[in-house]
Design a protein around this ligand. Structure first.
Ligand SMILES: C[S@@+](CC[C@H](N)C(=O)[O-])C[C@H]1O[C@@H](n2cnc3c(N)ncnc32)[C@H](O)[C@@H]1O
Length: 444
């Protein structure tokens, strides 16, 4: 039974019926009418039937790249009911296996299929037979041989233990009446080191009339939990490094259109949707969650940080390639430190020192060992080593760890403030880092 008093069976059946109905109407989405403000809600399942041209736009607003969409069958794009783009910036690589929970008409499965290529595999899971059928048609039209669809529920997935490298999902888990079960299933089917990239609707506060509406549940609102609860739920299931990578926050105008539509079933009941939307503005959004399943044997205590040895070079190269970082270690190996578990490098960091200045670089931790504080331990150990060598200022370039580096005492600076010797390093001058932020930390 949900907090609102709906039985799990009742919710499941209502959700199934709604999405079976949504996919049965080729030129319309789940909810009926077409206030243009709803097109802006970012592709939420509740976004009602825009004109044909606007339906593709819906997916674009949810964060899909227009060129990427043009390569997909029109039906998969027009029947996108997501609220984000879970695959944007996700590190899915050729040869990997991806599971899409609540795959709908298959849009994200098709994008994943192109990323993993023929050696990889994509599994789409959905509990609505009509969605599975449509997704199969779309995959056939696209000619993607590496995608299969399975009929089943997110709370008990027909997927083997530790079978997938990535779990993705787009606007689905909010619909589940038993979210802890879904989170546990995600942790079960992931391989150690596997990752999640999940877009979903979250809500800090929902108007009681929305909370009480079964239509609002099937329309992706009433079942939404807060961002903090989501993170806690994923961590309780055993995932680590869980963070919100991006958000699309809905404004009053967008919510007004949504609340007024048949999606929520409150407009017809005479509720003042304008006042409801004003009260809820900024409190409902689409969030993208990332995280990893750690290695079962790994705890921070079992991992030692020490100097890199020549025989570590292949493992360091692999760590850098995995993190999409320059692998030009060469003469710098003597400055590298590694995090070692049972003798095997699972993380690394290095520096290129020029007098009192040093570029800290090559910070990488393999996914199965993230969330154990190893990046901070590698950084602290490098600071100690740098100080011992007379380094007084550390610089780094980053596209991803700015908030983490700020916690370690680094502050963003203009690139022009970086000393010429550091600017001349291969990493600094390399094409990979042109768009990275420069940061500095005083070590004295
Ligand atoms: C809002 S739609 C999103 C579809 C797709 N992810 C997309 O972005 O277009 C929700 C989908 O999740 C499916 N679904 C909802 N709850 C589910 C559950 N507990 N288990 C499996 N599928 C579920 C529905 O059948 C529907 O196809």
């Amino acid at each position: 039974m949900t907090e609102q008093g709906f039985s799990e069976r009742e919710i499941k059946e209502a959700v199934r019926q709604r999405y079976a109905g949504a996919i049965a109407r080729p030129a319309s989405s789940c909810c009926g009418s077409t206030p243009s403000s709803l097109v802006q809600i970012g592709g939420s399942c509740c976004a009602p039937a825009p004109a044909e041209s606007a339906k593709g736009k819906l997916a674009e607003v949810a964060g899909y790249d227009a060129a990427e969409l043009r390569r997909l069958p029109a039906d998969a794009v027009q029947n996108s009911f997501g609220c984000g783009n879970p695959l944007a910036f996700a590190g899915v690589k050729p040869g990997q296996t991806v599971l899409d929970i609540g795959s709908g008409a298959g849009i994200d499965c098709l994008i994943a299929a192109a990323r993993v290529g023929p050696p990889g595999r994509v599994i789409g899971l959905d509990m609505t037979p009509e969605m599975i059928e449509r997704a199969r048609q779309n995959v056939k039209e696209a000619g993607a041989a590496n995608v299969e669809f399975r009929l089943g529920e997110a709370e008990r997935m027909p997927v083997a233990d530790a079978a997938v490298d990535w779990v993705i999902s787009n606007c689905v888990i909010n619909l589940s009446p038993d979210k802890p079960a879904v989170f546990r299933e995600i942790a079960r089917v992931l391989r150690p080191g596997g990752g999640i990239s999940i877009s979903d609707i979250v809500a800090e506060e929902l108007p009681p009339v929305i909370q009480a509406s079964r239509d609002a549940w099937t329309g992706c609102l009433a079942g939404a939990i807060s961002e903090a609860e989501y993170v806690k739920g994923l961590e309780a299931a055993g995932l680590r490094g869980v963070r919100v990578a991006s958000r699309i926050v809905y404004e009053a105008g967008q919510l007004r259109g949504l609340f007024a539509s048949s999606c929520c079933g409150v407009g017809d009941a005479g509720a003042d949707v304008g006042a409801l939307a004003a009260a809820a503005a900024g409190k409902i959004w689409s969030a993208k969650f990332e995280g990893v399943k750690p290695h079962p044997a790994a705890t921070g205590a079992e991992v030692v940080v020490d100097a890199a040895r020549p025989e570590d070079l292949p493992a360091i190269h692999a760590l850098l390639r995995e993190g999409d970082l320059p692998a030009d270690v060469g003469q710098l190996l003597g400055s590298f430190l590694v995090a070692r578990h049972q003798g095997r490098p699972v993380g690394c960091i290095g520096m290129e020192a020029h007098g009192a200045d040093a570029l800290f670089r090559s910070l990488a931790v393999t996914p199965a060992y993230r969330g154990l504080g190893l990046a901070a331990r590698l950084h602290d150990a490098l600071v100690e080593r740098a100080r011992a060598r007379g380094v007084r200022r550390a610089y780094l370039l980053t596209k991803t760890i700015e908030p983490l580096a700020a916690r370690w005492g680094f502050a963003a600076i203009d690139r022009a403030q970086v000393p010429p010797a550091i600017q001349a390093t291969t990493e600094f001058a390399g094409a990979c880092c042109a768009s990275a932020a420069a940061m500095r930390r005083e070590l004295a």
